[in-house]
Design a protein around this ligand. Structure first.
Ligand SMILES: *Cc1c(COP(=O)(O)O)cnc(C)c1O
Length: 220
């Protein structure tokens, strides 16, 4: 698997999409989604200089990452999969960013663990823009209240909003919706776009794209 070459290609595509819409490529983070992929593929990306990764399961990340983080201490690790409250302690200990904050109980647990572990974890609030029952994320109708609760009542470090559009819908509608919601709340961060649609997401203002397959190949 040509991980280093794929990384270069994805970065070039991000830069192209940025120039089309007159954005500075520095304003778009690339989160390399390494879930399921073995440690040596991840290390290849680290050796190539990449330092921002995403995992979707706490348990898998605990098996893979403590060693890699010790080797490459400036790595920034994002949790992009749903988080159960009984895993918050471990998640706050390992991850630098949690992208799947979507309910009050979880928000309170994250705040408590950040205090107890003296950790400064940034969060994205996940919005279930397609209102899909099988997906995590705060419903759009509850978003205003929940965003305000996280920021103002709990004082969590909210970096922005995240969404995963429904597989069978035009993603740009969801990207535009998320951008507008973030704008109304004066939130700078927009985590949206995956291998199939990250260039579109950049055109719609994504500040962070989560790309797995285009970097590490198909997941087994
Ligand atoms: C797996 C995953 C990705 C990456 O998907 P690819 O299509 O492989 O790029 C992005 N975001 C989330 C939330 C994921 O679970």
């Amino acid at each position: 698997m040509a991980v280093a070459e794929n990384l270069q290609l994805v970065k070039a595509l991000i830069t192209n999409a940025c120039s089309e819409c007159e954005r500075d490529p520095q304003t778009v983070q690339l989160v390399a989604v390494s879930k399921v992929h073995p440690k040596d593929h991840v290390r290849t990306a680290l050796v190539a200089g990449h330092r921002r990764f995403g995992e979707n399961r706490v348990q898998e990340a605990l098996e893979k990452w403590p060693g890699l983080k010790a080797e490459f201490p400036d790595t920034c690790l994002h949790l992009i999969g749903s988080l159960q409250t009984n895993k918050v302690k471990e998640a706050v200990g390992l991850f630098d960013v949690i992208e799947t904050l979507d309910r009050e109980k979880l928000a309170r647990r994250i705040q408590k663990e950040c205090q107890e572990q003296n950790r400064d974890v940034g969060c994205y609030i996940q919005i279930n823009t397609g209102e899909e029952s099988q997906k995590g994320g705060c419903l759009p109708s509850k978003a205003d209240e929940f965003i305000s609760y996280c920021r103002h009542d709990l004082g969590l470090k909210i970096l922005g909003l995240m969404c995963i559009p429904p597989i069978d819908e035009e993603p740009s509608l969801h990207f535009a919706f998320l951008r507008e919601l973030a704008r109304r709340h004066d939130l700078a961060g927009l985590s949206m776009g995956m291998s199939g649609d990250f260039e579109t997401a950049v055109r719609f203002g994504a500040t962070s794209v989560r790309v797995g397959t285009a970097i590490f190949g198909a997941r087994p």
